[in-house]
Design a binder for this molecule. Structure first.
Ligand code: ZN
Ligand code: ZN
Length: 349
């Protein structure tokens, strides 16, 4: 049987809406899932643009996409974790289970990780197969367009919740889709003051709507000075870094409070110079590198926030398009004028 699928076909900019065989070679531990909604990640945009990172990492042709929610329609012979009809989402990192880190339960730093939609066929398609280990069963009363964003939401949760932010002053640096989710998580967790830092006017407005008390635009004002003003000269307790921007990161070292915490998710392209003695050692700062999601502790937290209606998902998902309009979705993402962009496959049966 054929299905519609979005493929990265060649080593060049773009992608193509085409057809592909529905996966029909389930291993005993694998599950076939009918994709109900899939969302576009910054990673997909990198691959679409064919930037330096993707040229090194990605081997076309293959099916793009990794964030989704879907219905279980077929089970491998050994599957016990899910049943037919379950609405599932998936951890996108395929881990080996055998390396030192997996053996310790630290699957998020598995040294043999493969990512669906990057290293293997992904979910910009009508169907995808996944190992049962990776699946999370969702409640059925939440729309799949919201369930599809749980993977990046997991990145935001992992970044925001590693350190305690309840009743603390928090800086959310960079309000792309994941930073915006971060703002909303800080609101849900009752942070004292949420200071967002962002340049794009659309995202500045969205950050305010999602709970930022203050949004600072570094093009218009000195971020460090303003953060100190907003925190009685003390700085923030926790910095959550989503931007990967050199000057934004360098500023964060100056306005994090002594004894403060820094949770780092943004990927930098430039080398960052900082003063280890004064910015980390003498200040007693703790830094945490965020990679993926903790399996499955982060997913439990994501489920808790969604199931208790603690997040404003209606404002986080700003665009919903048919899967066939994937290129339009990529353009919207590249414009910066969006939160999450969700694609819906049009199943033809
Ligand atoms: Zn993603
Ligand atoms: Zn491993």
């Amino acid at each position: 049987m054929q299905m519609t699928a979005v493929k990265k076909e060649t080593s060049a900019k773009g992608c193509r809406v085409t057809t592909s065989e529905v996966p029909n070679d389930l291993k005993p531990n694998e599950v076939l899932i009918k994709v109900l909604a899939t969302s576009i990640c910054g990673t997909d945009v990198h691959i679409y643009k064919w930037d330096k990172w993707s040229q090194k990492r990605v081997k076309p042709p293959y099916i793009m996409g990794h964030e989704f929610a879907g219905e279980v329609v077929e089970l491998g012979s050994d599957v016990t974790k899910v049943k037919l009809g379950d609405i599932v989402s998936a951890e996108t990192h395929l881990v080996c289970g055998r390396c030192e880190f997996c053996q310790r339960g630290e699957y998020h730093i598995c040294e043999n990780t493969k990512i669906i939609g990057v290293d293997t066929d992904g979910c910009f398609a009508e169907y995808i197969k996944m190992p049962e280990f990776n699946l999370i069963v969702n409640r059925k009363d939440v729309h799949p367009k919201y369930l599809s964003i749980q993977e990046p939401l997991g990145n935001a949760v992992h970044t925001m919740m590693h350190f305690d932010i309840k009743e603390k002053d928090v800086a959310v640096v960079g309000c792309g889709p994941i930073g915006l989710m971060g703002v909303n998580i800080a609101k849900a967790l009752n942070s004292k003051k949420i200071i967002a830092i962002e340049v794009n006017p659309y995202r500045i407005e969205l950050a305010k709507k999602l709970g930022a008390h203050v949004v600072i635009n570094p093009i218009e004002e000195d971020v460090t000075k303003r953060v100190l003003e907003e925190t009685q000269g003390r700085g923030v307790d926790v910095v959550c870094e989503f931007s990967g921007n050199k000057s934004a990161i360098e500023a964060a070292f100056k306005y994090v409070k002594p004894g403060g915490k820094m949770s780092m998710l943004g990927i930098t392209e430039d080398d960052i110079t900082f003063d280890i003695s004064n910015d980390i050692v003498f200040k007693g700062v703790t830094m945490y590198g965020v990679i993926g999601r903790l399996l499955f502790d982060t997913w439990d937290k994501v489920g808790y926030l969604i199931n208790n209606h603690m997040l404003d998902l209606e404002n986080i998902v700003t665009h919903v398009l048919p899967l066939e309009d994937v290129e339009k979705g990529m353009e919207i993402m590249m414009s910066g004028n969006s939160g999450k962009v969700v694609l819906i496959p049009n199943h033809k049966e």
